[in-house]
Write a protein that binds this ligand. Structure first.
Ligand code: ADP
Ligand code: MG
Length: 317
C-alpha cells in the first residue's frame, strides 16, 4: 500500500503525528519531497525540538527557506513562543484595552496580565500561522511535522481553547457595553470588538480546514510496539472527538530481513503487534515502512523512504 489521495487538488494540509521517535519528521520530509515533484510545497515543523535541519542537512529557521536543489519546496519552523509574541505585539493595543475596559484591574495589574500567557494560546498562534500561510496561497501543499502526540493534540484542540477564551472576553465586554449603553443610550462597536470578531473568525477558519477531509489529512505514524499502538489508539480517539477522521496510517520500523538472530527475533516479536495494528486500524489505508540499516538522513535515504511511501504512485508514472 502507498499513501493515497495526497495529490488531490483540494487537499491542502497534511499533518503527521505520533509518539516520539517513530518517524514523523522523516515521513513528513519524504512526503513533502514527493509532493514537490508536482506541487509547490511548504514543509512546516511545529516541533520545539526542530529536527528538519538535521535530516535535510540544511539550516531551517523561523523564516521560509527554499530547499537546496528543489525549486518547488520550501521549509519553515514555526516556534510557538515567537508566533505568540508576534500576535501580542500586533494586538497589544486591543489586548490592553480589553483588560482596561472589562476588568477592575489597575494599570499595574494590567501590565502584569499582559506578560502572562493564556494556556494553550501559543499553540493557537502556531496553528494560526499555518492557516495564514494556507490563506496567503503561495503554495499548493502544506506538510506539517508535529512534536510527540501530546503537542499535536494540543495543536488540534487549540481552536476550542481559543473559542472558550473569546467567550469569556465577550462576556466581560458585555458588561462594559451594558454600562456604556445605560449611560449614553447607545454603543458603537470599537477596536476590541472588531479584534474579538477577527479571533472568532480565526477559530472558524482553523476548524473549517481541520474538519474537512477533502482539505486536510492527519496521518498517524506508528511502530509495531505495544506502547506505540496504545498511544496511536488514544491519538485516533481524541482526533475523532475533535471530528478529525484519519484515513491512513504509517507503520514504520518494520523488520523485513531475517538475516542473523537479531533480525529474526525482532521480526518474530513484531509479528503479533503487526497483527494487532492490522486489526485495530483495519479501516485505515496502512503503509508499512521497513527498518532501514541506517538512520534516515540526506538525499539518498529520503528518496528511498519516499519510494516506500509512494510506490504505487511511482508505478503509475
Ligand atoms: N524506517 C526507519 N529505519 C531506520 N531508521 C529510521 C526509520 N525511520 C526513522 N528512522 C530514524 O529514527 C530516528 C527518529 O526518526 P524521526 O523521523 O526523527 O522521528 P520523530 O519525528 O517521530 O521523532 C531518526 O534518526 C531517523 O533517521
Ligand atoms: Mg520529529
Amino acid at each position: 500500500m502507498a499513501l493515497d489521495g495526497l495529490e488531490n487538488n483540494n487537499l491542502k494540509l497534511i499533518i503527521f503525528g505520533g509518539k516520539g521517535g517513530v518517524g514523523k519528521t522523516s515521513c513528513a520530509i519524504a512526503t513533502a519531497l514527493s509532493l514537490s515533484e508536482n506541487f509547490k510545497t511548504l514543509l512546516i515543523s511545529t516541533d520545539p525540538a526542530h529536527s528538519l535541519s538535521d535530516c535535510l542537512e540544511q539550516q531551517i529557521g523561523f523564516k521560509e527557506v527554499k530547499i537546496e536543489g528543489n525549486a518547488n519546496l520550501s521549509a519553515i519552523e514555526v516556534v510557538a513562543d515567537k508566533a505568540l509574541s508576534k500576535f501580542k505585539t500586533e494586538h497589544f493595543v486591543e489586548l490592553k484595552r480589553l483588560l482596561e475596559t472589562s476588568t477592575n484591574l489597575d494599570s499595574n495589574d494590567i501590565d502584569q496580565m499582559m506578560t502572562l500567557s493564556i494556556p494553550g494560546i501559543d499553540e493557537v498562534m502556531s496553528f494560526k500561522t499555518i492557516i495564514d500561510f494556507i490563506e496567503e496561497g503561495n503554495y499548493e501543499k502544506y506538510v506539517v511535522d508535529t512534536a510527540p502526540t501530546g503537542h499535536a493534540l494540543r495543536l488540534i484542540s487549540s481552536p476550542k481553547l481559543l473559542d472558550e477564551w473569546i467567550k469569556v472576553a465577550a462576556r466581560m465586554r458585555w458588561k462594559y457595553r451594558y454600562m456604556i449603553t445605560s449611560f449614553s443610550g447607545s454603543y458603537e462597536p470599537d477596536d476590541v470588538d472588531v479584534f474579538l470578531l477577527s479571533l472568532k473568525r480565526t477559530v472558524k477558519r482553523i476548524e473549517n480546514i481541520l474538519k474537512d477531509e477533502a482539505k486536510c489529512q492527519f496521518i498517524p505514524v506508528c511502530i509495531p510496539e505495544a506502547m506505540a499502538i496504545l498511544e496511536t489508539r488514544r491519538l485516533l480517539k481524541q482526533l475523532r472527538e475533535s471530528e478529525i477522521i484519519s484515513q491512513q496510517i504509517i507503520v514504520n520500523h518494520v523488520m523485513i530481513s531475517e538475516e542473523g538472530d537479531f533480525c529474526k527475533q525482532k521480526k518474530a516479536s513484531q509479528f503479533k503487534y503487526l497483527k494487532e495494528i492490522a486489526e485495530a486500524f483495519r479501516n485505515l489505508n496502512r503503509i508499512e515502512i521497513p527498518e532501514f540499516a541506517k538512520e534516515i538522513k540526506g538525499e539518498n535515504a529520503l528518496n528511498q523512504l519516499k519510494n516506500y511511501l509512494f510506490v504505487t504512485l511511482q508505478d503509475k508514472n
